[in-house]
Design a protein around this ligand. Structure first.
Ligand SMILES: [Zn+2]
Length: 412
């Protein structure tokens, strides 16, 4: 699928360090090889029905900073992202709106593309839809059945058997207790109550054709459509490769989604799915997590439409550490706007080249430490406060380029 236009990334002198990142599965810093040369990044994409609220934007901007930090350290990155362009929430939304699900998906994906472009997010190398991956999913589910890692219910639905013996074992990604898994599974789109399943936690791999729902030829599986977890496992395999250096997404994907993706991937290939799992905190509004169902979405496109500078939105997002949960307020956006204006004013003055070098060093240091973007923004505040008449255009250029390359913020 077409992604969006890539922003220009200026070259900055010197090299940043390879970032150490917090891995959910390790519950601590991921083991990053000191000489990491090539990285494989897979970030779970949107289901195109409520794009792009600030929670989504926070996630993709966070991984954009990882990508930029890796590039700055000289790491070659293969980056893949999916779009779940057929799934229950999309079909339900289309039904409620009385529109064709394909039209809804297309319009929301378009909106997402334009939001990502406004926010200067680097597009993935492979941007792949569920619909264009159906054949590969059919092949994977058929192989899971052959390996006895899956079974078919009487109605033709195919489920993954979480009891399948794999190494690392099921549960090692989220490291949750079974009662916690059961709770989250029910909460986040799982179906523990479906009769005939061997284990309430077994996730759907292939949903057999239902009247009024889209379906595809499944060969031996019969007509139907893909489950969500197998979709990501297959796309990550085909377009990034295992083991992923980082599997990423919002923190609401820790379980069941990433646990199930990992289980499917390992059951299929015998390989570890990902070396590290990075999860971005949730953004709330008016006291609750932002979600369509709660009707409390703050959309990037709406803010831009109202005349907000996308760079102020990006500044707002980066002023929170990617792992923290936070609440959006108009006041926070105003604060981001003020900071951005101060940096831009400073960029119109000359900067002492030595001070510019020092700021770049500090920003690289902070980003290398679990992508501490808020600290890197503090470095910029300090730089903006201290610019003086002794500066040169060359020093300013260095800062402007560094902020662009590392943080994706355009100060021009
Ligand atoms: Zn995913």
């Amino acid at each position: 699928m077409k992604s969006w236009s890539a922003p220009q990334i200026p070259t900055v002198s010197g090299r940043g360090k390879r970032p150490t990142v917090f891995c959910t599965s390790h519950r601590g810093p991921a083991e990053t090889p000191r000489k990491l040369k090539e990285a494989r990044l897979y970030v779970c994409g949107i289901t195109p029905y409520d794009a792009t609220h600030l929670g989504h934007a926070a996630t993709y901007v966070a991984f954009d900073v990882l990508l930029r930090t890796w590039k700055d350290a000289g790491v070659d990155v293969t980056y893949a992202q999916n779009i779940t362009d057929v799934d229950d929430p999309l079909l339900e939304r289309a039904d409620a709106l009385g529109v064709d699900w394909r039209e809804l998906a297309e319009s929301q994906i378009d909106l997402f593309r334009s939001d990502m472009q406004h926010l200067r997010v680097i597009p993935p190398d492979a941007y792949i839809g569920a619909v264009e991956s159906v054949d590969r999913v059919v092949d994977a589910v058929t192989r899971l059945l052959d390996k006895r890692a899956a079974y078919t219910l009487e109605n033709g639905d195919v489920y993954y058997r979480v009891a399948t013996r794999i190494e690392p074992p099921f549960g090692s990604t989220s490291r949750l207790e079974r009662h916690e898994m059961l709770e989250l599974f029910a909460e986040r789109g799982g179906d523990p109550e479906t009769p005939g399943k061997e284990d309430p936690l077994d996730p759907l791999l292939w949903r057999s054709e239902r009247p009024g729902e889209p379906s595809w030829d499944g060969g031996r599986l019969g007509p139907g459509r893909p489950g969500w977890h197998i979709e990501c496992a297959v796309i990550a395999h085909d377009h990034a490769g295992f083991p992923l250096t980082v599997q990423g997404g919002g923190s609401d994907l820790v379980f069941p989604h990433h646990e199930m993706c990992a289980a499917h991937a390992t059951a299929l290939t015998g390989e570890k799915f990902a070396k590290a799992y990075m999860h971005v905190g949730m953004v709330g509004y008016e006291g609750e997590k932002m979600s369509k169902s709660k009707g409390n979405l703050v959309l990037v496109s709406k803010l831009v439409e109202q005349g907000e500078d996308p760079m102020a939105i990006r500044t707002l997002l980066l002023s929170h550490h990617y792992r923290s949960d936070w609440m959006y307020t108009d006041g926070l956006l105003a604060e981001a706007r003020t900071r951005l204006a101060a940096w831009r004013a400073a960029a119109r003055n000359g900067t002492d080249p030595e001070a510019a070098e020092a700021t770049l060093r500090d920003m690289r240091e902070n980003l290398g430490d679990d992508l501490d973007a808020p600290a890197a923004l503090d470095d910029l505040d300090e730089w903006a406060d201290s610019t003086n008449e002794g500066g040169t255009a060359e020093g300013t250029q260095l800062i402007v380029d560094a902020v662009d390359a590392l943080l994706g913020i355009d100060l021009r």
